[in-house]
Design a protein around this ligand. Structure first.
Ligand code: SAH
Ligand code: SF4
Length: 384
């Protein structure tokens, strides 16, 4: 356990005793909850386990439901602790069953979570931030800029509430992808804490094989994720030269392709599946067969698979989806060369629930996104 975790628990125990500020119970792992109740109220360790079970196995919504906790403990928690930091607002269901869930959070922001049904394999796509700071030019969320990081409890609660809202009608949710709003590795502390809660066998009990963190390539945090968790990693590659990648993903100016690929070659894979490379196909930007060949060259010595994602359009974007023939040729080029390549089906577009369509941008995008987009439009015009 890190000293940072120790401080977090001790701080929260003080708050529980003194009631200065509400404590979010879903911020804590099971071990932390045991300590929290011990430090705050001198309760034996197993009370923490019981509370953890109420939160994640029974998905309790009120302290009164927690019948094996004493009345006095329930009363103390009632005053000073919170079960759910997110307030469910509504659902938007696309004809293919993909359903966007929206939640209100502290400060007035909206958190979006997407439930994606599939035969025997329902997936929940969760958000790690309100908005995103990284400014990828093709991404709708980028246009919001970053409002704030989500807390651990706000990440975990998306899963608990989605299980409650969706499971009975639609079946078990067994897969989690951090591919909603935000860059998970920009909020790496909370994402790692949340992963530890999701994996606990006495709680939500997700398999490490069924949790995937997707990143645009924040290299130091990739290393931390590798050291501190054993979940799966997906990298949004999206371009095969530094020039193009920097044009569409500003983060590439900070960590270029060489540095990114080196970090991936060093990523501990012993306990993991392959690394997934996501590649959003953008018409006339990254969709040539030379690009396909460069994907092979870049990923050659990394156990990997490639997920091709047709660009999902959104309002006011200059980007287009390549033609079906072009995407098919791109896919075939890779599969003919024995690359594990998958074409991701576009899901939930009707409700703006597809990849890169989440969020509620204001009228104007943030300046860093506006500058990059203006340059892209100029280049398009010059090449026309
Ligand atoms: N910030 C993380 C995770 C959220 S984005 C990341 O970038 O990896 C999830 C995926 O959606 C990324 O692979 C991203 O490249 C892709 N994406 C963003 N906008 C898109 C769009 N308009 N159409 C298709 N995919 C998009
Ligand atoms: Fe952020 Fe990912 Fe969108 Fe880039 S693609 S702006 S990193 S959410």
């Amino acid at each position: 356990m890190t000293s940072q975790a120790t401080d977090r628990v001790t701080d929260a125990a003080e708050r529980l005793r003194e009631g200065s500020q509400i404590v979010d119970l879903k911020d804590f792992s099971r071990a932390d909850l045991r300590r929290l109740l011990k430090e705050a109220f001198n309760e034996p360790g197993f009370r923490g386990d019981q509370l953890f079970q109420w939160l994640y196995v029974h998905r309790a919504e009120a302290f009164d439901d927690m019948t094996n906790l004493s009345k006095s403990l329930r009363a103390k928690l009632q005053d000073k602790a919170r079960i759910s930091p997110l307030e469910f607002k509504d659902t938007h269901e696309s004809p293919d069953g993909t359903t966007k869930l929206t939640f209100g959070c502290d400060g007035g922001g909206v958190v979006e979570t997407v439930y994606i049904p599939a035969e025997g394999r329902n997936t929940l796509c969760i958000s790690s931030q309100v908005g995103c700071a990284l400014g990828c030019t093709f991404c709708y969320t980028a246009k919001m800029g970053l409002t704030r990081h989500l807390k651990t409890a706000e990440i975990v609660d998306q899963v608990v509430q989605a299980r409650r809202l969706m499971t009975e009608r639609n079946g078990h949710i067994g897969n989690i992808v951090f591919m909603g709003m935000g860059e998970p590795l920009h909020n790496v502390d909370n994402v790692i804490n949340a992963i530890h809660v999701l994996l606990d066998e006495d709680g939500l009990n997700f398999s490490r094989r069924k949790i995937t963190v997707s990143t645009s390539g924040m290299v130091p945090a990739i290393r931390r994720l590798g050291e501190e968790t054993d979940v799966q990693l997906a990298i949004s590659l999206n371009a095969t030269t530094d020039k193009t990648r920097s044009e569409i993903m500003p983060i590439n100016d900070r960590w270029g392709l060489d540095e990114l690929m080196e970090a991936l070659r060093e990523f501990p894979l012993d306990n993991r599946e392959r690394i997934t490379f996501e590649y959003v196909l953008l018409k006339d930007v990254n969709d040539t067969l030379d690009d396909a060949q460069r994907i092979i060259d870049l990923t050659r010595d990394i156990p990997s698979k490639i997920n091709l994602i047709p660009f999902n359009p959104h309002p006011r974007t200059p980007f287009k989806t390549p033609s079906e023939e072009r995407m098919a040729a791109f896919t075939k080029y890779l599969s003919d060369r024995n690359v594990s390549v998958y074409r991701r089906r576009t899901r939930g577009q009707e409700e703006m629930a597809a990849c890169g369509q989440l969020g509620k941008p204001g009228e104007k995008e943030p300046p860093h996104v506006r500058r990059k987009l203006a340059k892209f439009r100029d280049d398009q015009a010059a090449n026309a």
